[in-house]
Design a protein around this ligand. Structure first.
Ligand SMILES: NC(=O)c1ccc[n+]([C@@H]2O[C@H](COP(=O)([O-])OP(=O)(O)OC[C@H]3O[C@@H](n4cnc5c(N)ncnc54)[C@H](OP(=O)(O)O)[C@@H]3O)[C@@H](O)[C@H]2O)c1
Length: 288
């Protein structure tokens, strides 16, 4: 089976979605992004990407946007305020995508998940949602490819930097196999174009196992715009305030999981099927 080279992306304005979507264009895809806010999308996305205003909550809009396309790529997230929400992005949104995909003959759905979603050290509703999303997709009878990345390099400029500080919370006892969206987008393209990648699940990891401290040192030493300094917030501080704030509780849980998850290298098959990653954190930082 061959696909046309057009893809519909949902989540293109996200921290990870934006660089990946921009790179899909570089790799020859005709990209249509379904976005909630066209002005935000114009700032984050390169020209040449067709923007359609839409929402996962609107199934008719999805059907209209999917028509004539073969591939849909989802770069969604579960935010802190979704715990008791009537509509969960990665569950109800995914159900709406599956229904629209069935009605429009979509031949492949690519889905961005996370390697850490199977961490068992805490009982966290967000990981339940993320596991459920994958189950729904794998049970959908549609050809799906799911990706489970480690930490992205993009976290440093996107989340960890505050002014001239690189903020770390607690201490990561283990290491993550950091990877950049440049290599992920290349692997994503390879997977979406290969028939044998359907109903496959791919861990996405880079070459360099590093804890947050080690990665921050590399980022700081190769960042050229200004001098950066590492700052650490004790995780106990978030622990004290988590009961007063949904957002702090969310951040505490994700940081706790990252700091304790014993990530093993498991991407041999990904590299064999989809190609080796090329970029190191130092080069990514210099390219900013
Ligand atoms: N950061 C990492 O190192 C890392 C590592 C592994 C996996 N991941 C995974 O990467 C995924 C994406 O993360 P991210 O930081 O890019 O998330 P994000 O910035 O929160 O982006 C979420 C995207 O989904 C869109 N969206 C949300 N609700 C929608 C709706 N109802 N209809 C249409 N679009 C909707 C958002 O649009 P708006 O712009 O309109 O809000 C945004 O474009 C997450 O699942 C995360 O677990 C991240």
């Amino acid at each position: 089976m061959t696909f046309n080279n057009s893809v519909v992306v949902i989540g293109a304005t996200g921290m990870i979605g934006a660089p990946v979507t921009n790179r899909l264009v570089d790799q020859g895809w005709q990209v249509t992004a379904i976005v909630r806010d066209i002005d935000k999308a114009k700032v984050k996305l390169n020209a040449g990407i067709q923007l359609i205003k839409g929402d996962l909550k609107d199934p008719d809009g999805l059907i209209e946007a999917f028509a004539g396309n073969d591939v849909v790529y989802l770069s969604l997230n579960t935010g802190p305020f979704e715990k008791d929400a009537a509509f969960k992005t990665e569950i109800d949104g995914v159900y709406n995508v599956i229904e629209a995909a069935k009605q429009t003959g979509i031949k492949r759905i690519g889905f961005l998940s996370s390697i850490i979603k199977d961490y068992q050290g805490i009982d966290w509703w967000v990981f339940d949602v993320k596991r459920e999303a994958c189950r729904i997709l794998l049970d959908s009878d549609l050809p799906v490819t799911i990706f489970y990345p480690s930490n992205f390099f993009e976290n440093f400029p996107g989340l960890q930097m505050m002014g001239s500080r690189v903020v770390l919370v607690g201490e990561q006892k283990t290491k993550s196999w950091w990877v950049g969206t440049k290599d992920y987008a290349r692997q994503l393209t390879a997977a979406l174009q290969q028939t044998h990648s359907e109903d496959r699940e791919y861990p996405v990891q880079g070459h360099e196992p590093m804890n947050f401290d080690e990665a921050a040192e590399v980022f700081i030493s190769h960042y050229s715009y200004k001098k950066l300094k590492k700052t650490r917030i004790p995780i106990g501080m978030l622990g004290i305030f988590r009961k007063f704030s949904v957002k702090i509780d969310y951040n505490y849980s994700i940081v706790y999981a990252i700091n304790h998850y014993d990530e093993q290298f498991q991407s041999e098959k990904t590299w064999r099927d989809l190609g080796n990653p090329q970029q190191r954190l130092a080069e990514f930082t210099r390219s900013l």
